[in-house]
Design a protein around this ligand. Structure first.
Ligand code: GDP
Ligand code: MG
Length: 532
């Protein structure tokens, strides 16, 4: 609910004049307003309003023709928004922003509409997960990329990013990224102020290619966020920072281990090159190359082999290394070239599937589940299943609306971070780790599965029945591990059976996961499922 009514009052004051760009609508319903003739004339009216307003119009909803505050029920408001978004589609405009207010008899809202269409590139949006030792310049590097501004070496750039938009903006938006920038034919499109929603929206609109950064570590306990970033979301690339003064640390090695274990194509950025001389820089490069070779990967120094070689060869075995400084802006253009050209790596085909990462409830809209679409496509109006519940059952729901990057959209594809408003369920019923699937999917949730596992770090040996927390997609659940050989030692790889302690989940072969308890960390791949 928007606390500030000035927006509403201003729109009502400006009124609905002939040739103006404000329109009052009490409600829009599918049955009445989407009929052929009606639909076309409403779309024409909408387009006319937007053009009258130099590409922008305001629709005040839940008010009478003369601007009297009527208020409509949450269901009616939601349907009104659905209809408006369909009309918008037809009129070649889009809904940029919606604010709602509670009144005595329900809800009134103000929708801002703009000319054009929302950013909807197929493989045009890549998601990059950042990792690296704390203070090795992750936030600063991302800050310099998305703003084009140098850092003062004292955290100036980073401060933008410390307030995350999604923590401030609760609404329908489910943008988990902390930095975004884009490219068009002329080059990079950056933000002046990443915390301003309008700046972000502008980049999203203008870009032919969009690059979002997701923090995979951020703070302690690092693993939880790492997992969220690495397996809870569909990342295309990893970006690991190593400060030139410190060089690789134990954390660097661990983060690299996790990035590589999930087969995420990764770029290593040596940061803070301004703080050291050439011989130190070469030494750090060599130690990173060694680290990669020890992990059976091939390092590729961009300064030696060029950007094109890096683009052609980057994959889960070839890891490009680039020198950067957020102070001198050295290497920023190299990263720009990479991010402009690197292909999207996620698989967009297959049956729709989304692991739920967060849930919230929005007035007038109801339960919203957010996460990254893992596969396939989802459309407003789709009938889905949500679950499993603790007894392994699923519930039928319908997609009321979809929001992506602050825009309402009619459909969204794999790789997109979205908020999906669901009809037929209350927010309290939905839990993180559940999935959304097509209604005819016939999912078989499991309590037990077999896996190949690797122990990254454990104080002693892992015995049968040891109970770490397994992080798989957005699932975080205590699970018992039963190594096939009876136990696993630090550094060991082997096979094991894992059993979720409390409830079943949807798991599939080939999925990667991380397990952790205290100091112990390991990674694994699901190899087969036990039917339950
Ligand atoms: P993070 O913890 O990995 O996100 O690291 P930050 O981005 O917060 O950076 C830690 C500190 O290093 C901040 O004080 C930055 O100003 C500084 N820093 C980051 N990048 C550079 C750089 O390229 N050169 C110099 N001299 N300092 C940097
Ligand atoms: Mg940081």
């Amino acid at each position: 609910m928007s606390p500030n009514r000035a927006v509403l009052e201003d729109a009502i004051d400006r009124g609905e004049e002939e040739g103006g760009n404000v329109e009052f609508k009490e409600r829009l319903t599918r049955d009445t307003h989407l009929q052929d003739g009606r639909r076309a004339s409403l779309a024409a009216q909408l387009r006319h309003r937007v053009l009258s307003g130099d590409g922008q119009a305001t629709y005040v909803l839940g008010v009478t023709d003369d601007g009297g505050i009527a208020g409509v029920s949450p269901e009616t408001f939601s349907e009104t928004m659905d209809v408006l978004s369909l009309l918008a589609d037809e009129a070649d405009v889009y809904i940029d922003d919606v604010q709602t207010w509670g009144v005595e008899d329900g809800i009134v809202g103000v929708a801002q509409l703009k000319e054009g269409s929302v950013f909807d590139g197929d493989d045009k949006h890549i998601v990059v997960g950042t990792a690296g030792h704390v203070d090795h310049g992750k936030s600063t590097l991302v800050g310099s990329l998305v703003t084009g501004q140098p850092d003062d070496g004292e955290g100036g750039t980073r401060s933008y990013l410390d307030v995350r938009p999604h923590e401030v903006e609760r609404g329908l938006s489910a943008d988990l990224s902390y930095g975004v920038y884009g490219f068009d034919d002329d080059g990079p499109i950056r933000m002046n102020d990443p915390t301003r929603k309008s700046d972000r929206a502008q980049v999203v609109e203008a870009a032919d290619r969009l690059v979002s950064f997701v923090d995979t570590v951020g703070h302690e306990p690092w693993l939880r966020t790492t997992i969220r970033g690495l397996v809870g979301q569909k990342l295309d690339y990893g970006l690991l920072t190593v400060a030139a003064d410190d060089g690789p640390t134990r954390t660097t090695r661990e983060h690299l281990g996790v990035l590589l274990a999930t087969e995420l194509p990764t770029i290593v950025a040596i940061t803070k090159t301004d703080l050291v001389d050439e011989s130190r820089l070469a030494e750090v490069e060599r130690s990173i190359e060694r680290l990669l070779r020890d992990a059976d990967r091939t390092p590729l120094l961009i300064r030696r082999h060029g950007i094109q070689a890096a683009i052609n060869e980057i994959d889960s075995s070839v890891v490009p290394i680039v020198r950067t400084s957020a102070v001198t802006m050295d290497g920023i253009d190299t990263l720009d070239s990479l991010f402009r050209q690197l292909p999207k790596t996620t698989d967009e085909t297959g049956e729709f599937r989304m692991y739920i990462d967060r849930t919230y409830s929005v007035t007038g809209v109801g339960a919203v589940a957010s996460g990254t679409i893992k596969r396939g496509e989802v459309e407003a109006g789709d009938k889905l299943l949500v679950g499993p519940f603790s007894d392994g059952s699923f519930k039928e729901v319908e997609v009321r609306s979809i929001e992506m990057h602050y825009h309402r959209v009619d459909r969204a594809k794999a790789g997109r971070i979205v908020g999906i408003a669901l009809k037929g369920i209350r927010e309290e019923e939905i839990e993180r780790g559940m999935v959304l699937l097509p209604r005819d999917a016939d999912p078989q949730p499991v309590r037990e599965f077999e896996a190949d596992v690797m122990v990254l770090n454990h104080p002693t040996k892992i015995d049968s029945g040891y109970e770490p927390v397994v992080h798989l997609e957005t699932i975080s659940e205590a699970s018992a591990i039963y190594p096939d050989d009876g136990h696993l030692l630090p550094g060991d790889t082997g096979t094991a059976t894992l059993r979720f302690k409390f409830r079943p989940y949807v798991v599939e072969e080939g999925q990667r996961f991380v397990f952790r308890e205290g100091q112990s960390k390991g990674v694994g791949t699901v190899t087969s499922l036990h039917s339950s």
